[in-house]
Ligand binder design. Structure first.
Ligand code: ZN
Length: 345
């Protein structure tokens, strides 16, 4: 069974001097080709999301607003730096539709796993609010699509972007059929978006199905590895997902200009492999990586390459950047607090 990829670089969704610009993944394919992975992947042609696919996760008001701003030539969508161009509505629909299409191919048994290299990113887009460079929530729409069309009962979304996935949390906060786990830097007022404390655990029947891991600066490979083994793995094992979706942001790399985390490319690769192994054990291999942030182009490119190596079941890791110079913070206390809240034993 094969690994699939959808690639929607959204070249006309861009803004000068903006970190989320069309240069992020525009040069990716020749590099993937050079490293010999492109021939091993089946590329899927993306279709624009239907209104029904968008409406599963967003209000009609939000969808119409983005459409209107695009129709009038583009502009800012919020008080921050979330922009649209005249093409953004259609391109954001393509990112959602491409992600949902990947779910179709996997759920129909024609592929094992895949990666959606899409722009604009999605995990900050809430049900009724765009934010953080995100228009429509690609990963949330893919999860709902899997449930609505393919009858998947339990979806796990792991968000390892360095920013909290506030949009995905908002959409599934009262839902016990989607386990949402986000690891992110957490410094209210200093670091975007400021949400994602360990007290935010869900509401109603969704209580316990949101797991936030709020990290201090300079968390690194070893700390993340402990969090994965001692907290995320047992939590996921208890939930037993039928499908794993990954909000794959590569801005937790130590060299990313927008953050101050300490992961290396090797650390990211280890996480990706562990997730693929979980999918192999519980989900018949079904795992879909959906691109989110990542603003240092070399770390982004090779982060993606290593994720593809993991999906293909290859042992290769390419890490030409290596480790940063900051020592890692100890996470034992945070880990204890999270285990007390989230694990039954
Ligand atoms: Zn991010």
């Amino acid at each position: 069974m094969s690994t699939i990829m959808v690639y929607t670089p959204a070249l006309t969704h861009t803004k000068r001097n903006h970190p989320e610009n069309n240069g992020r993944i525009s040069n990716l394919l020749p590099i993937l080709d050079k490293f010999g992975v492109l021939d091993d992947i089946v590329q899927i042609v993306p279709q624009a999301a239907t209104l029904a696919q968008l409406r599963r996760v967003h209000s009609a008001t939000l969808i119409e607003r983005i459409q209107q701003v695009s129709r009038h030539g583009g502009g800012l969508l919020d008080h921050g730096d979330t922009y649209a161009t005249s093409d953004s509505y259609e391109l954001a629909r393509l990112a959602v539709g491409g992600s949902c299409g990947m779910v179709d191919v996997m759920m129909n048994g024609r592929a094992k796993n895949g990666i959606a290299l899409v722009r604009p990113p999605g995990h900050h887009a809430e049900s009724n609010r765009v934010s953080g460079f995100c228009l429509f929530n690609n990963v949330a729409a893919a999860a709902r699509h899997a449930q609505a069309v393919h009858g998947v009962k339990r979806v796990m979304i792991l968000d390892y972007d360095v920013h909290h996935g506030n949009g995905t949390q908002d959409i599934f906060y009262d839902d016990d059929s989607v386990l949402f786990i986000s690891t992110h830097l957490f410094m209210p007022r200093f670091f975007y978006p400021g949400s994602g404390s360990l007290q935010e655990m869900g509401t109603g029947k969704g209580m316990g199905y949101t797991l936030n891991v709020p990290l201090v600066p300079d968390f690194g490979d070893e700390g993340y590895c402990r969090i994965f083994e001692e907290l995320i793995y047992p939590k996921a094992a208890e939930f037993r997902p039928e499908l794993i979706l990954v909000s794959a942001g590569f801005d937790a790399h130590w060299r990313d200009p927008l953050a101050m985390a300490g992961l290396t490319l090797t650390g990211y690769a280890r996480i990706s492999r562990a997730l693929v192994e979980m999918a192999d054990a519980w989900c018949n291999g079904r795992i879909l990586f959906v691109l989110e942030g990542g603003y240092e182009h070399e770390a982004l490119t090779y982060g993606i390459l290593n994720a593809i190596y993991a999906l293909l079941g290859r042992d290769d890791i390419y890490d030409p950047i290596g480790a940063g110079s900051q020592p890692e913070q100890d996470m034992s206390q945070l880990l204890q607090a999270l285990k007390r809240r989230h694990l039954l034993f």
